[in-house]
Design a protein. Structure first.
Length: 233
């Protein structure tokens, strides 16, 4: 029986190979999405262990934040870029949850995020979510929420209308494109809570800033920000 199961698994693996989302190498276990080499070689920032860090600096003087962090450094043509591409355009939802879990475990170890009450994913515009079938930030938020054992609130903030892609825009252009495009739709769930706003990648921070400004209009709300990846400009 074991031989039959092993043989069948090997045949399925040959027909539908499980490859690492980071480097493309063959991954033996069907439950894996990234290989050991990519996991152990992840370019972790360590930002979550320091109140002052490059992500916090992006928002300094712009948003009143408790803390801000990103789990790994983003560079072009890297396993991190490949993982994010598979998440956003390849339909690999599992990698988003794993990204969130890795991020959440370090947030938990840092101690700076121990009083966070809930995780809120940055909402995706309706057209993109309908085309993609999911919000990648919500998957990362799910992984973080699981690691921190706190709820994920998916329906408390929304985009007012469609905005064009932020790719290749400067910070000023991104801000003009996104300013005023968010609204809190269920403030009652957020009042007097410490909320962790989550996205996949932080570059200029303009989108998170716009959303964060709306969230901070909620009475008693404290805000922190976390992303899986950080792009140094």
């Amino acid at each position: 029986m074991n031989f039959t199961n092993t043989f069948f698994s090997d045949v399925v693996h040959l027909l539908y190979p499980h490859v690492c989302a980071g480097c493309g190498s063959d991954v033996i276990s069907r439950g894996q999405v990234i290989c050991f080499e990519c996991t152990s070689g992840m370019p972790v920032t360590g930002f979550c262990f320091h109140e002052q860090n490059p992500v916090e600096k992006i928002f300094r003087g712009r948003l009143f934040l408790a803390n801000a962090s990103a789990q790994v450094y983003f560079t072009k043509d890297s396993p991190v870029q490949n993982m994010l591409h598979r998440l956003k355009y390849g339909g690999l939802k599992e990698i988003g949850i794993l990204m969130g879990h890795l991020t959440g475990e370090d947030l938990k170890r840092s101690g700076l995020y121990k009083d966070v009450d809930a995780v809120v994913p940055l909402p995706l515009n309706v057209r993109k979510q309908k085309r993609r079938g999911y919000n990648q930030a919500a998957l990362i938020a799910e992984g973080i929420g699981s690691a921190l054992n706190i709820p994920v609130l998916n329906d408390v903030v929304a985009r007012k209308k469609y905005t064009e892609t932020q790719t290749h825009k400067s910070r000023a252009e991104r801000w003009n494109n996104i300013e005023g495009k968010f609204e809190v739709v269920n403030a009652g769930e957020l009042m007097d809570k410490h909320v962790l706003l989550v996205d996949d990648v932080i570059t200029t921070g303009a989108t998170l800033e716009s959303c964060g400004m709306e969230l901070l209009k909620t009475a008693g709300l404290r805000l922190s920000i976390a992303a899986f990846a950080y792009t140094a400009l």
